[in-house]
Design a protein around this ligand. Structure first.
Ligand code: NAD
Length: 509
């Protein structure tokens, strides 16, 4: 079988040939004709170029949309349980390839192998869940006020869906869009981030091998302003599911609104962990390690603010600082590593810039604060896990998404102030509380202005069968994952059926 990569004439500095990944359009792997590529660099070892990403043309995006449009009628008519069965096949294939995909993920994104395997396991779970939904794509029956009249609803696919995804969860985010979109009967054009082409190719290879017909899934690599823009503005695209930054997501929303099409955007976060004085401080510190520094802080759900009751702030900072000293930073391919690099140079520079901003705003640098330049780290984009104390909510480091291993400690005089501080940002994705006090736990779950709350666990993670997504400036449109995902990918139709068999007065309202 032809695959998504192509032996390239170019050679890397080391003389090893570099491959350029292909697009997948209308059931065929095709090389982009643009001739323009960007290197996919291993962020832990920047001398290693993993492949080239083609910067495909607008015409190639149009061709993918046409292929998806053409495939739609037949795919829509394929029974939902049959569509679900193909997703189940894909799940089995991903299970077989878990190590292969995990290695590609760690090498191109930087997260450690354990996290890569976890991300793929979550994707497997999502595929399993969505496959089952093929047998459950239910409507409802509704009582009529007229005799011998039957009202029911059916769920139908929307059409061609554009799926535009970020680099930080390059397997799970595409899968949580692809799986419900396809099982619901839509055809798709998938545009991954240019930083993570290898994992995108592997997912699509798996879906192809699972038996999805030509044209149902299309993959186009390339930039946001060309391929992305075409997907957003092409009249044959009926729905856009986007995950990424607020800057891009808000612009996509505005463009989609002009065409009156459905759009779903999941964007940034500035997630708090609240630590109350009755919390087990060691467990809470572990939560900050996982939530704040895990995945190098490159999670939309990363905890970048730790709001601590003043009575335990000093003690908690000491516990956290001690625990931070044990973090091992390095290449994610080494099983001993806890934290990998920033995904690429610009992202690392953004993180370093925010560390400078924190210093200049008057926050106290408690730990870390710079790029790691020793022999083990100088070849990668490694930033020390960084902790700021004495942070207040007026500071930019407390308000803006940094997307790196930088955590700020903010003191609150009591529970009420902690909740106020937790909510005092434009974002609303995830929030955690560490406490044993049931009344405060219940109050926090009620008052936290976020899409998901974690009690005595960090802000990160989620299960396939539960809905996922934010509120406030984090998100636009229905939730992803769980059965809720199908709300976005289906139209609900109401059918009125009269079985009196004779002419009669209809109600006129
Ligand atoms: P990004 O916004 O830069 O890019 C996301 C995708 O949009 C990429 O595929 C990119 O090529 C494409 N794009 C860029 N410009 C475009 C345009 N004009 N038109 C159409 N597409 C365009 O985001 P990123 O840096 O890849 O990802 C990091 C961001 O993603 C963070 O803000 C993070 O919080 C967010 N994120 C959110 C969630 C969530 O579920 N809330 C999950 C993961 C990541």
């Amino acid at each position: 079988m032809e695959t998504g990569t192509l032996r390239e004439e170019k050679a890397s500095k080391s003389g090893t040939p570099i491959t350029t990944v292909k697009n997948f359009i209308g059931g065929k792997w095709v090389a982009s004709a643009s001739g323009r590529t960007v290197p996919n660099i291993n962020p832990a070892k920047t001398t290693e170029i993993l492949c080239n990403t083609p910067l495909s043309t607008r015409e190639e995006a149009k061709a993918a949309i046409s292929a998806a449009k053409e495939a739609f009628a037949k795919w829509r008519a394929t029974p939902a349980p049959v569509r679900g069965k193909l997703m189940f096949n894909a799940m089995l294939l991903l299970q077989e390839r878990i190590e292969d995909v995990a290695v590609a993920l760690t090498k191109e994104e930087g997260k450690i192998l354990r996290e890569s395997r976890g991300e793929i396991q979550r994707s497997i779970n999502i595929m399993e869940y969505a496959a089952g939904e093929g047998r459950r794509l239910k409507g409802s029956t509704i009582p009529s006020e007229l005799q011998n009249t039957f009202i029911y609803t059916i769920r139908q696919p929307v059409g061609v869906c554009a799926l535009i995804t970020p680099w930080n969860f390059p397997v799970a985010v595409p899968v949580w869009k692809l799986a419900p979109a396809l099982v619901a009967g839509n055809t798709v054009v998938f545009k991954p981030s240019t930083y993570t082409p290898l994992t995108a190719v592997k997912i699509v290879e798996i879906l192809e091998a699972a038996g999805f017909p030509p044209g149902v899934i299309n993959l186009v690599h390339g930039g946001g302003k060309t391929v992305g823009d075409e997907l957003v503005n092409n009249p044959d695209v009926s729905a856009i599911s986007f995950t990424g930054s607020n800057l891009v997501g808000n612009a996509i929303y505005a463009q989609a609104a002009k065409r009156g099409i459905r759009v779903q955007c999941e964007m940034g976060g500035k997630n708090p962990i609240v630590v109350l004085e009755d919390a087990d401080l060691a467990i809470a510190a572990e939560g900050v390690i996982q939530g704040g520094f895990g995945s190098t802080g490159q999670r939309c759900t990363a905890a970048s603010r730790v709001i601590v009751e003043a009575s335990v702030a000093k003690k908690f900072t000491e516990v956290l600082q001690t625990r931070m000293r044990a973090i091992r930073i390095g290449d994610g391919m080494d099983e001993q590593t806890d934290i990998g690099p920033s995904v690429e140079e610009n992202q690392m520079n953004t993180v370093l810039k925010y560390i400078d901003i924190g210093r200049s705003e008057g926050a106290t640098l408690v730990a870390g604060g710079g790029r790691m330049q020793d022999d083990r780290h100088k070849q990668g984009y490694f930033v020390e896990p960084t902790l700021f104390g004495n942070v207040n909510m007026k500071m930019r480091i407390a308000q803006e998404e940094i997307f790196g291993p930088v955590v700020s400690i903010i003191e609150a005089k009591d529970f009420d102030e902690a909740v106020e501080l937790a909510n005092n940002v434009k974002y609303g994705l995830s929030a955690s509380l560490y406490s044993q006090d049931m009344a405060k736990i219940m109050k926090f779950a009620e008052l936290a202005e976020v899409g998901k709350v974690h009690i005595n666990t960090p802000t990160i993670g989620g299960e396939a069968q539960a809905p996922f997504g934010g509120i406030k400036s984090t998100a636009i449109g229905p939730k992803e994952c769980g059965s809720e995902a199908f709300e976005f990918y289906t139209e609900l139709k109401v059918v009125y059926l009269d079985y009196t068999g004779k002419k009669r007065e209809t109600n006129i309202y």
